[in-house]
Design a protein around this ligand. Structure first.
Ligand SMILES: [Zn+2]
Length: 491
């Protein structure tokens, strides 16, 4: 079947067209339409009541917090929020859905016409349209494994029934698997910043289906699409899209037609499979949910919710790049989570030079963490320690070489910077005449560089500072050394 046979030339003839549907569980304390706890990992069938078990006569009552979270998410992805949206019944029969329908929204969803910007490989940004965000409830879970009689029986856990979801549907604006990965990464980041979901993919809080088709480059019409379901990591999304794009091109190249269908991703085998035709022949027979009134989002509620929007990651990065004069790549590191960005900024505010805090954090601490394959939370050096180190550096009380040595000790012994600094208080050479003697020696040994400096290449001063610092074993007071080097070279 796929696709090693396809040459790059053949692949290049086609353009993939991708749209993503993302389901996120909202982080409410209780479920969407009843008072049951909305909690992952409870004993099976303990967070249930007549409403979410669909017992006759039980009626749903909408959770206001779920509306607030869905509205907040809508605003964060630049959607227009509809003042009056309608809940609808989506009918289908499945063992984990005791009602026989899911409460969802259909032709009048909560929000429409949004977008998010994603970075592209060439350093630009691309705007991906968002068709809609609608509210719905989750179904329960069928347990096919883990029991003695699993070969012949399926068990049901209905704890998840009625968990509030937001479904976010993108426009078919995505053109590569990498772009899909970026879109999901940015979307997840926005939702996490808003605090509306924990987006934990292992626990199913964020799930993705991908619609993908291919067409000849330059063609106006979209090709026939397949929907790939069951994608529970971004890596799987990317891998399944890569597979599916090549599969469809191969089908077309061999003279066949792509069939519109749902397909399942099998991560172990690295391929997609067609689902049974019965599964795909859905007619959901949507109609307005008679047990719920229209959802009214008043201008006041909308305004109140808008006030709860945090500074979103992209805006925060732009501000931090300007404020701390850091590179875009570093801004991404610092804003990886809202909590980390908050901690950094709170610390930087109290430092002599916030930019230096960023540099120490990213290069000295970040570099060591990366080398040791550790996460930020596993760093022995606290944010307080980083600020102290940056301040000492800024005041010239330690040299950057001494800072590196102290951080080496921190990471070797698993100790924070203030403790290590207190104990090891590095010696500093502040005797001007001793430093001058060393400068004289370096100047005498490097006549060519002196000539360059005096011919106008002022950046050469850094060379002399570096050489003297090395000669002093990193102990020369940096501020004094700088001053004396300039004096000598000018003299
Ligand atoms: Zn319930």
């Amino acid at each position: 079947m796929p696709a090693a046979a396809l040459s790059p030339e053949v692949l290049a003839k086609y353009e993939p067209v991708i749209g993503l549907e993302v389901h996120v569980q909202l982080l409410t304390t209780t479920k969407a339409f009843c008072g049951c706890r909305n909690q992952f990992g409870s004993e099976p069938n303990t967070n249930v009541c007549p409403v979410c078990l669909a017992l006759p006569g039980a009626l749903p009552v909408l959770n206001e917090k779920a509306v607030e979270f869905a509205t907040l998410a809508s605003l964060a992805i630049n959607c227009e929020v509809r003042e009056r949206s309608i809940f609808a019944r989506k009918n289908y029969f499945y063992p984990d859905l005791p009602k026989g329908y899911q409460i969802s929204q259909y032709d009048k969803p909560l929000a429409e016409n949004g977008w998010i910007d994603v970075p592209t490989a060439d350093g630009e940004t691309k705007r991906i349209g968002i068709t809609r965000l609608h509210m719905e409830e989750d179904a329960g879970k069928s347990l096919h494994e883990g029991f003695g009689d699993s070969a012949t029986h399926t068990y049901l856990d209905l704890n998840r029934c009625g968990t509030p979801l937001a479904e976010i549907v993108s426009e078919p604006d995505i053109r590569t698997p990498d772009e899909a990965w970026e879109y999901l990464t940015r979307l997840k980041e926005i939702l996490l910043y808003c605090g509306v979901s924990d987006c934990n993919m292992e626990e199913g809080s964020l799930r993705c289906d991908a619609n993908v088709s291919v067409r000849l480059r330059g063609a106006d019409k979209f090709g026939t699409k397949a929907e790939v379901k069951n994608l529970n990591s971004f890596r799987h999304v990317r891998a399944s899209l890569e597979y599916e794009i090549e599969r469809q091109i191969e089908v077309i190249e061999s003279g066949d037609r792509v069939v519109q269908e749902s397909r399942l991703w099998n991560a172990a085998e690295g391929r997609t499979y067609s689902m049974r035709s019965k599964e795909q022949a859905h007619d959901y027979r949507y109609f307005p949910e008679p047990d719920l009134p229209p959802l009214i989002v008043s201008p006041e509620f909308l305004a109140e919710t808008r006030k709860k929007l945090p500074e979103l990651p992209e805006a925060r990065r732009a501000r931090m790049i300007a404020e701390y004069e850091i590179a875009s790549r570093d801004a991404f590191t610092l804003t990886a989570t809202r909590e980390f960005a908050d901690r950094f900024e709170a610390a930087a505010k109290n430092a002599r030079n916030p930019r230096r805090v960023a540099n120490v954090l990213l290069s000295e601490v970040g570099g060591r963490l990366k080398a040791l394959n550790l996460e930020q939370e596993q760093s022995p050096v606290s944010m307080t320690g980083i600020v102290l180190a940056a301040d000492l550096l800024d005041e010239g009380k330690i040299s950057s070489k001494q800072l590196k040595q102290l951080f080496d000790v921190c990471f070797e012994k698993g100790e924070d910077f203030p403790a290590v600094y207190d104990r090891e208080k590095p010696q500093q050479l502040t005797d001007a005449s001793a430093i001058e003697t060393m400068i004289d020696q370096v100047i005498a040994a490097n006549p060519k560089q002196v000539e360059q400096y005096r011919a106008g290449k002022k950046t050469m001063a850094g060379f002399f500072v570096g050489q003297v610092m090395k000669a002093s074993k990193g102990q020369a007071n940096p501020a004094l050394l700088n001053e004396l080097v300039t004096k000598k070279l000018e003299g």
